[in-house]
Design a protein around this ligand. Structure first.
Ligand code: NAD
Length: 432
């Protein structure tokens, strides 16, 4: 089966490479010439564990190729995936211009019967809008528009795509449904659960899932505030809650607030959809507001620990919005870095993968090569991303290079007693 994936970012590149791994003939098309040139040279433009190997293997096998000729990549494909960005507009709604640009190119190059699949996270009702655009030029029985939202997580995107917990296909056209079943047969043969539903339900499943996960994170962050007041330990509270299978242990990690390219934008976008339909989503509203508070609380905590931040040097561990990615979109770590710089601090930052992206956003940062270089001469340290390599720091070495002994751990990576016994003024999230 020939497939084109339009948009070769985190989702498009992983989708294209993994579909090729499952034996499909895949063309990845993107308007970003620099990105495509890198890929043609065998370089992977993003940090994503395991991706390079899958890309190389499938390029060599002749099942995967890259092009900037988006129009030319379309006529041959039985299925065209749209995996372009849907970033937030200032009012919180999704900016759909990349999706509709791609749809217009598809419309001009459509041949025979083809299936257009939205992999991008799109507002409920987008499939119907795409259908209406295509119907202006083409008979309705010549195409179908399917929703197939993506649930991969950056940092484990390849294994998430290869072994998903579920595949959701929303489709109102039986011929397209058969094609989608054929496309995902390798996964269904491995007993991956597939939910076949109508298109609008599939569109909503993605937003509802992200809104729920964001709410779970905000919930535990709010509990951490209460823990700080009553002397409880949020890690034990989360563990105790998570032992209840109705709740489950995941997404109960307190921290500086959720970030990334999905939760902040998708929660705001579902609120925009709810407003259009005059339905109040009070819980999601509260999750969004609670998350904004959490970043501010993290800053307050840093301020309290350092006293005055103006003129101070802060060693910052982590810039990515979470570990195992170079993605800094809506990263709480970056928001903290930016606020510290604005307040007149010197920020010496280290991140295993995201420093290059972060410096482009915040040229005032001093990028360092490891945690100890970041700590050199600093008045204290802030840990903002939960990279594994931060969990086993050499504390005596750290103490030696730091000027001050403040350590604000926004990810609860360390044992409070051990840190205090090591002589640090240690603050974490929701722990006595
Ligand atoms: P991204 O910004 O990494 O990639 C988008 C790509 O689309 C870019 O390379 C851009 O150049 C390209 N593009 C834009 N307009 C184009 C056009 N007209 N033709 C061809 N290419 C075009 O974005 P991403 O993180 O991969 O996200 C893509 C979509 O998937 C979004 O809707 C996002 O919400 C959703 N999603 C993302 C994740 C994630 O973890 N990143 C997970 C699930 C779903």
């Amino acid at each position: 089966m020939k497939v084109t994936v339009v948009g070769t970012g985190y989702v498009g590149l992983v989708t294209g490479a993994c579909l090729a791994h499952f034996g499909l003939d895949v063309t990845c098309a993107d308007v970003d010439g620099a990105k495509i040139q890198k890929l043609i040279k065998g370089l992977i433009p993003i940090y994503e564990p395991g991706l390079e190997e899958v890309v190389h293997r499938n390029v060599h096998a002749g099942r995967l190729r890259f092009t900037t000729d988006v129009a030319g990549s379309m006529p041959d494909a039985e299925v065209v995936f749209l995996a372009v960005g849907t970033p937030p507009l200032p009012d919180g709604s999704a900016d759909m211009r990349y999706v509709f640009d791609a749809v217009r190119v598809f419309s001009e190059n459509h041949e025979g019967y083809q299936v257009v699949v939205t992999k991008s996270t799109v507002p409920v009702g987008t499939g119907a809008k795409i259908e209406a655009i295509l119907a202006e030029r083409h008979p309705r029985d010549g195409f179908a528009v399917v929703s197939n939202p993506e649930f991969l997580r950056e940092g484990s995107a390849v294994s998430d795509f290869m072994n998903p917990e579920r595949i959701v296909v929303g489709c109102d056209d039986s011929r397209a449904m058969e094609i989608m079943k054929r496309l995902y047969k390798p996964q269904t043969d491995q007993n991956v659960r597939v939910l076949l539903t109508n298109r609008v339900s599939a569109e909503l499943i993605k937003y509802a899932s992200n809104a729920f996960l964001a709410t779970k994170i905000t919930f535990i962050n709010e509990m951490s505030r209460l823990c700080e007041e009553v002397g409880a330990d949020v890690m034990d509270v989360a563990r105790g809650m998570g032992m209840d299978s109705r709740i489950g242990p995941r997404f109960l990690n307190p921290g500086p607030g959720y970030g990334g390219s999905c939760f902040p934008k998708d929660t705001r976008a579902i609120l925009d959809v709810s407003r259009q339909h005059k339905v109040a989503l009070r819980i999601v509203e509260a999750a969004v507001a609670g998350n904004e508070d959490q970043v501010q609380r993290s800053l307050n905590k840093i301020q309290k620990a350092f006293g005055e931040v103006k003129g101070r040097t802060v060693a910052l561990l982590g810039l990515a919005f979470k570990s195992d990615t170079d993605d800094i979109r809506e990263s709480p770590a970056l928001k903290i870095a930016s606020a510290l710089l604005d307040a007149g601090a010197v920020v010496r930052a280290y991140d295993p993968a995201a420093a290059e992206n972060a410096i482009k956003e915040l040229p005032g940062l001093t990028a360092c090569n490891d945690p100890y270089e970041a700590a050199q001469g600093a008045d204290g340290m802030v840990v903002a991303t939960e990279w594994n390599e931060f969990k086993k720091l050499d504390l005596p070495r750290l103490k030696k290079v730091l000027k001050g002994q403040v350590l604000v751990d926004l990810r609860n990576l360390y044992d409070p007693r051990e840190m205090r016994e090591s002589g640090f003024t240690y603050l974490s999230v929701g722990r006595p």
